[in-house]
Design a protein. Structure first.
Lengths: 203, 203
DNA sequence: CCTCAAGGATACCGATCGTTTTACATGGGC
DNA sequence: GCCCATGTAAAACGATCGGTATCCTTGAGG
């Protein structure tokens, strides 16, 4: 009992949870290549063995990490109660109100874009998953635009997604969060123009 | 002094040149972390020894690589003869005509943005150099806008830079080059609006 | 001819990576 | 009591990384 070998007590059954949480924290904070299995298992308070019997490899963990991000409440999710009833304009602009977790840490941009850079192979599952996510995001914006009667919803969705990605990438490079505000201002211009045209086209 | 001592004996056949060329090729094609010194020296047709007496470390080579990119003819360079006499509108939009390396290899986006992701530490020289480049690029665009009489040239420059970065990042993620066309179309909208205001403001 | 520095090929170094294995500890169900 | 799946801690693995040292060839200047 008073042995110096006081072993850490068995940590319940949340191992997978904790690993995924640690992955989210470390991958987004310092990148994938800069995060080792050792550090991962330490932060997750899990032995490497346990880690490897939950995820067969680091690659698989990276994919699971992206999936968990995808499932998490999203900036672009219009299903949220506050946004469901909001105006199309607010729904379309909600993406740009994204606040990436901690405010003190250096801004790290969009995890999906970063994975695209950190995993060079375009055929890698993680890379493809990131691409799919980006497409889905643009499509959702296009759907909102379509329901609002915008003339060319696909283009508007693609444009808004591009603005978001630009703010994420540039914000990381300059380590400056208010780049997102620039993106929002451009988005407002585009959205307002598109909605004005829509209103004029079918009154 | 006309070569006093044999300090310039055997000119290394432009070893430094070849190393830098290989770095440009490999770093942009497959990323920095995915490119090892071994492969680098092989492609450059240079022994590791020679490589390390031209660049003290890989970090230093990365910095030199970014510098060489910076010196190379740039998409945003208005000094080029064809652009020097072009209209401000064309000068501002010239960034979006960037064709990266003209190859059929997968689109790899903007090297400076990629370095920001691949080198997580914001204090790293390479990271700071990339940030500086991004700022300089936006400032140059702002200068062109100012000379054209745009009301808020800084904002326009920042917006155009953001659009370019968005196209680069998103183009890599989706492995799709014509994202740049979307960016251009948004840029045209912004530039035309700004120039129209300028013409109206001070006729 | 000989000398000798520049450079090539390659073995080697320590560190770290992702991954596997070994040895032991825990606790619920029989 | 014992069994055994599940867990931890730690060592070890092979591969590869950035970086260094060794040995040998080359070729111009004396």
């Amino acid at each position: 009992m008073n042995e110096p070998t006081a072993v850490r007590r068995r940590q319940g059954r949340g191992a997978r949870e904790r690993i995924l949480r640690a992955a989210t924290e470390l991958f987004t904070a310092q990148g994938i290549n800069a995060t080792g299995i050792e550090q991962l298992s330490t932060v997750a308070e899990v032995s490497k063995r346990t880690l490897y019997q939950h995820f067969r490899s680091k690659d698989e963990l990276v994919v699971a990490y992206l999936r968990s991000l995808d499932d998490a409440p999203q900036p672009v999710a219009p299903e949220q109660p506050t946004l469901a009833a909001a105006s199309p304009r607010e729904q379309l602009l909600a993406v740009f109100d994204w606040k990436p977790a901690e405010t003190m840490a250096p801004f790290r941009g969009c995890p999906f874009l970063n994975v695209s850079v950190e995993v060079p192979d375009p055929g890698h599952p993680a890379h493809e998953l990131a691409a799919a996510k980006k497409k889905r995001c643009a499509r959702r914006l296009a759907d909102i635009a379509r329901q609002a009667g915008v003339a060319d919803p696909e283009t508007l969705g693609e444009q808004l997604a591009l603005l978001f990605d630009g703010a994420a990438a540039r914000g990381l490079a300059l380590n400056n969060r208010h780049v997102m505000a620039y993106a929002r201002s451009i988005a407002e211009t585009l959205v307002d123009a598109a909605l004005a045209d829509a209103g004029r086209g079918s009154p």
